[in-house]
Every structure is written in structure tokens, then in C-alpha cells.
Design a binder for this molecule. Sequence first.
Ligand SMILES: Nc1ncnc2c1ncn2[C@@H]1O[C@H](COP(=O)(O)OP(=O)(O)OP(=O)(O)O)[C@@H](O)[C@H]1O
Ligand SMILES: [Mg+2]
Length: 394
Amino acid sequence: MKIEALRVKNFKAFKEIKLTNLPAISVFIGANGTGKTTLFDVFGFLRDALQDNVRVALQKRGGFKEVVTRGENGAIEIEIKFRDHDEHSRGPLVTYALVIALDKNQPVIEREILKYRRGERGKSWHFLDFKLGKGIAITNESSYADKESKEEREEQTVDSPDILALKGLGQFQRFKAANSFRKLIESWHVSDFHIGDARPSQETGYAEHLSTRGENMALVAQFMYEHHRSVFNDILIKMAQRVPGVANVEATDTEDGRILLRFQDGSFKDPFIARYVSDGTIKMFAYLLLLHDPNPHPLLCVEEPENQLYPSLFCGLVEEFRDYADKGGQVMISTHSPDVLNYINLNEIFCLSKKNGITVIERASDNPLLAALIRENDLPGALWKQGLFMGLNP
Ligand SMILES: Nc1ncnc2c1ncn2[C@@H]1O[C@H](COP(=O)(O)OP(=O)(O)OP(=O)(O)O)[C@@H](O)[C@H]1O
Ligand SMILES: [Mg+2]
């Protein structure tokens, strides 16, 4: 499944933003405070709302009045267009739209819709259409392909007007579109490694997936070593390929059942154990664990992957992100590094800037000058350094 478009209104610094034709990898650049993290948090917000309800998701962010764009008193709106796809077929473009407003000082879901069309022009079917906790859901979604069939609707209510219908109905297998969208949002992941946390420290417990800040890295490595040995071995080989100076990485069992990672520095005969290798080495290892997760996140957001890494590693890291996207994942990256940008295509780059406190997002490939320079073999990072990315240098 891939998200193709996103429209957000009145969410923090986003008075109104629109992203269309999103590629499998998109990279967001912009000065501090222009809204890169806010963009990722749109998905985090939806995930929190699914896990609990919109009131709790808002509270986690300071409440409705803190979240709604300053100076605005309208509703918060989020609209996502996505499509199921595999190598053989492309599903219909599905729209999920959510409108959250205040009613007697309480946040409520004013409207929640999930819809798609039969064919390019057909009438769109509202698979879910809810207002203030009440609405309809289509129950014969499986006959959608049959153009003669009539939709069958079912009236539904949710327990309170701050609960997403997607949460209740998405659990039933028969609501296919709702179900797969719910899964995409539930397994959304943001990676924001903090090397201090990710250093091998948490060594007891159990973890299958790397956490946002990476503090369970040693546990995930242990899991991969025990349950996915061939993937784990591939990661070790890639470490040696990707990190200059690391000639070999070995994993050995310790007596107490943990694994010990030994990094062989090309120049020294004795290997270093993971605890004592460099920050960059640990970070690369953590990314490789994340990107080789046997149960990958359909949508992965990565904050500033360049931190702690020497620029010569960026090319390999971006290749790893591309492999992940080629296998069906979608990746969104924020970066402050022109060197990272050199490995990214112009139509994958989105520039964030602020006008009067409000975020503006522009696609780099929409700028004719940049497009012309790239055609002449200039590199995006070099052009960014020269101040040619619009919005960034008002
Ligand atoms: N309700 C709101 N209305 C308007 N602006 C808001 C609102 N809430 C937060 N902001 C602003 O949004 C910005 C948050 O930006 P964000 O953290 O997304 O930036 P960023 O691009 O990730 O920056 P960095 O590069 O420093 O990580 C801040 O400038 C903050 O003041
Ligand atoms: Mg940020």
C-alpha cells in the first residue's frame, strides 16, 4: 500500500498543505521549525487516535487549541489518498478524510469518510461515512468490482463522537479498504535515533522491532540472530560493505545466552565489541536492523538519518532506503544534509519554508531553474548549498 497524496488543514503550522504524487521515497528539507517533524506527526496523530481516540491524541499534543493552527478557529482536517498495489495490479485510489472540530469545548469527529471509485470515472462509493459517531458502512465491499451490483449499507454507531469509525470497523475483515488503511496507520513508524539511547545498553528483555529512538537495538539484534539468522548474516555482510574500516562483523553466543557483536577493524587484529565501536557504526547497524525487519513497516518516517554518519556512508544508506521502498515500503526522510540530497532525485525532494508562521511546501522539481540545472548534471545538494532551493532562501 502506498500513500499518494496528503492534504492537511489547521494542524499546527499547517494552515493548509497539499502533497500529491508522492513517490516511494520522499525527502523533506527546510530550516528548523518549518514543519518536517509536524508532517510526520500527522501520521503519529492518526495512530494515537486509532489506538485511543482523537481526544487523547490531541491531549498528547497539548489539546485541540494547541494543535489547531494559531489564529484559526476552524476544524482540523486530514485527507489521505492511498492505493493498494503489488507487482501485478494497482488497486483503486482510496480517500480517507477526517474532520475534527470542537463541540462544547470537546473535540468531536465532525466527519469521517472512506471512499473510492469504480474505474477512473465511476461514482465514488462511501465505504464509511460518519458524522458525530453515527453513520453508514457498506457491507458488500467484495462485490465492488461488479459494476451492476448495488451497494448495501448498514447503519452503525460508535461509542462516542471522538472515536474513529475506522477503529471499530477496520477490525472486521469484510471492510477491506478500512482494514488495510487501519493496518498502515497502526504500523506506521518514525525512526529518530539518539545514539546515546541506541548504544547497546538494554540487554535484558525481548523485542522484535526497533523502537523509535533505538534503545532496544541489542534486543532486536538478539531476536534477529535467533529467529532470522540468514537476514542477520546479510546485515553483518552489509556492515562490512557499507562502513569503511569495518572489515568483518561476527556474532557469538555468550554463556548467559546473549549475543556478542565483534567488529573487526581492518587495521587491528583484535575485534571491538559492540559497546566500544563508534557511534556511526552503531547507527548504521541500527538502520540495517530497521530496514531488514522481517515484518516491515509499510510507512517509515526517518528523522535526520545523517546525524553521526560520515558523508561517505550516505550513498549506501540511501541505497538501503531504496531497497526498502522497492520491496513495497514507503519512506519519508527529513534531512539537513546537502550530501544526503545528492543521492535523491529532484522529484523526491520537498522544500518546507514558512510565510508569516505558516508552512509552505514546494516540490523541488516544480522549479524550472532547478529542473534545468539537474538536466545539466548538477547535483541537488550542490544546488541547495548554492541557495537555489526556493523558499529556503527567501
Ligand atoms: N498550533 C500551531 N500553530 C502554528 N504553528 C505551530 C503550532 N504548533 C506548533 N507550531 C510551530 O510549528 C513548528 C514546529 O516545527 P517542527 O518541529 O515540525 O519543525 P522541523 O522542521 O522538524 O524543525 P527541526 O529541523 O528543528 O527539527 C514550530 O515553529 C512551532 O512553533
Ligand atoms: Mg524536526
